[in-house]
Structure formats: structure tokens, C-alpha cells
Write a protein that binds this ligand. Structure first.
Ligand code: SF4
Length: 307
């Protein structure tokens, strides 16, 4: 168990443990089930909203065990309706959570760490390095805040600040709370976890066993360029990571997506497209190209089609 899971606060417990948590405080177990319904299904973010709990218990818990400990310090809204929240954590660290509009409904983009050790050259989150992991509760608080702001949502993507594969115990625990019928009862197939695929991470997801989607951050077609652009993967061969992704697909039955940020003059040449297509030959995956260049995008797509 990671340190982040050792935190005894309620939101760090699996929803099925909430009745026990209440019993340990001398309250009946059914009140724990009610509290889980209040939080995960009815959107409560404070004890005082749970009007079917005794008033004295609500007051006591509000003082001793605040349900939410992050404070929303800033909120910005883009023209397309995307909302970004800056949440201040009790130790002074801050984290961003984003809600984005989409044709099927809103998508929540959640962070998994404060900072990031992977230090991708094109990403601001990695510039300062890694500060600390978020706990299960701190990941869940982002979803609860965003739902309060924007109502129900259609997808969750673990693509915010941090590398989920470096904090997998807490990330999977948070997803457990969201997916479990006693929690938010959110469909696993509408969850996507984005990762560079640190050693053992994809195996751990396979063992966990929920059929979430994998977005594999590749960004380069060969090891030398990938190690330059994504230094945190260290010397891990891309082919090993892709093999692990294939094994995860065999377990979950969900094809993974290869994420590739097009960087002008760095990884967007014809030769890169060919090398990427070679790496992905005979693998069951999609490619998601990020970038402005229609020309380079079509080169990659056309080259991939020929393989
Ligand atoms: S792994 Fe993600 S959060 Fe970390 S530096 Fe790379 S792009 Fe940024």
C-alpha cells in the first residue's frame, strides 16, 4: 500500500469500507452507506448536506474529519465552456482539474501527482520535477469539485498533471471508488488512463482487471528520440512497453491508443512516420496525433495505412 492510501480520512477508503469507518466511530453501518450515496451519487461535498445523518454527528464530523480538504482557489472558463479549477491542498501544494465539453457530454481531466518526474520536453507540468503523489482522496476531490461545477459527465481521463503510472496504487484506488456500484457506479469503459508505461505499470493495471482504456504516450518512433523527448522513461525500450500494452489488450479486450505529439522538425518527418508505422505493425491500437500540421498528420496516416 502506498503512503497516500494510509491516510485514514473517509474519502481515502473504498466506498464498501464506509460502513466500517462509521462503526469504528460508534455510528451504525447504514449511515456509512448513506454517506457514500450522498457523496458519490448525490454530489454532496460536505457533511452538513447529509440531512439524514444525526445533526450532532454531522457537526462532529465537520469539525474532526472534513470530507473535502482541498480549497478551490481559482476557476477559469474558456470560450468553448471548458473549466479549469486550481485546487489548493492542505500542505500548500496545488493541482489542476479540468472539465471539457464534448459531443457526448463532459470529460473530466484529473491529475495524479503534484509535478511530474517524467519531464517531457513539451510539457509545463514536468518542468519543476516531481513534488509529491496525490492520495486517492485528493484525486477524487477533483472529480467531486468538477461535478459540482458542471453537473454529470461522460468520460474521465487521467491526463492531468503527473504520471499516473508513478502513483498507480492511489490512481487505481480512486478509480475503484468511481467505478464501484457502491461508489459513483461510473462505467470503466468511459475511463482512460494516460501513461508513458513505466516498468510494471501496465501489468498492474491488467492484474487490477477493470476494462479501462489505455492511452500510451509514445511521442517518438525510436528509443533514442523517445528518451530525449520523454526522459522519465529512462532506457526502457519502446518495444517492451508496446509488448506490455499488447498484453493488457489481451486481458481487457480494449485496444489502446498511441499518443503522439507532433513537434515541428523534431518528430514529424516522413522517416519518423515510417518508423512509427513499423513499431506498430500488427499491433491492435489507434494513433492519436496531436499537433497543427495537417501535412505531417497525413504523412503519418498514409504511411501507417501502407504497413
Ligand atoms: S508524463 Fe505527462 S505530466 Fe508528466 S511531463 Fe510528460 S506529459 Fe507532462
Amino acid at each position: 500500500m502506498s503512503d497516500s492510501l494510509a491516510d485514514p480520512r473517509l474519502l481515502n477508503q473504498h466506498p464498501r469500507e464506509w460502513p466500517n469507518w462509521f462503526q469504528k466511530r460508534g455510528a451504525p453501518a447504514f449511515q456509512g452507506r448513506n454517506a457514500a450515496r450522498w457523496v458519490f451519487q448525490r454530489g454532496a461535498t460536505s457533511w452538513k448536506e447529509m440531512t439524514d445523518l444525526p445533526a450532532a454527528l454531522r457537526t462532529q464530523l465537520e469539525e474532526e474529519q472534513p470530507l473535502i480538504t482541498a480549497a478551490c482557489e481559482a476557476r477559469s472558463e474558456a470560450e468553448d465552456g471548458a473549466i479549469k479549477l486550481l485546487l489548493r491542498l492542505p500542505d500548500g501544494a496545488s493541482v489542476e482539474a479540468v472539465g471539457m465539453p464534448g459531443t457526448m457530454g463532459r470529460t473530466l481531466c484529473l491529475s495524479s501527482q503534484v509535478g511530474c518526474a517524467v519531464r517531457c520536453t513539451f510539457c509545463a507540468s514536468g518542468m519543476e520535477g516531481m513534488e509529491r503523489n496525490l492520495s486517492r482522496a485528493e484525486i477524487l476531490e477533483q472529480a467531486l469539485y468538477l461535478r459540482r461545477e458542471q453537473g454529470e459527465f461522460h468520460r474521465i481521463v487521467m491526463m492531468g498533471m503527473g504520471e499516473p503510472g508513478h502513483n498507480l496504487d492511489a490512481v487505481l484506488a480512486a478509480l475503484d471508488s468511481l467505478i464501484d456500484p457502491e461508489g459513483m457506479n461510473f462505467a470503466a469503459r468511459r475511463v482512460t488512463l494516460s501513461t508513458v508505461g513505466p516498468k510494471g505499470a501496465l501489468e498492474q493495471i491488467a492484474t487490477w482487471g477493470k476494462s479501462i482504456n489505455l492511452a500510451l504516450s509514445v511521442h517518438a518512433p525510436n528509443d533514442s528520440l523517445r528518451h530525449e523527448l520523454v526522459p522519465g522513461v529512462r532506457k526502457r525500450p519502446l518495444s517492451d512497453t508496446l509488448d506490455e500494452a499488447d498484453r493488457l489488450f489481451a486481458t481487457t479486450g480494449r485496444e489502446y491508443t498511441v499518443e503522439y505529439v507532433l513537434l515541428a522538425g523534431i518528430n514529424d518527418q516522413h522517416a519518423h512516420a515510417g518508423a512509427l508505422a513499423e513499431q506498430l505493425r500488427n499491433r491492435r491500437c489507434h494513433i492519436n496525433l496531436h499537433g497543427q500540421s495537417v501535412q505531417y498528420t497525413s504523412i503519418v496516416i498514409n504511411t501507417f495505412k501502407r504497413c
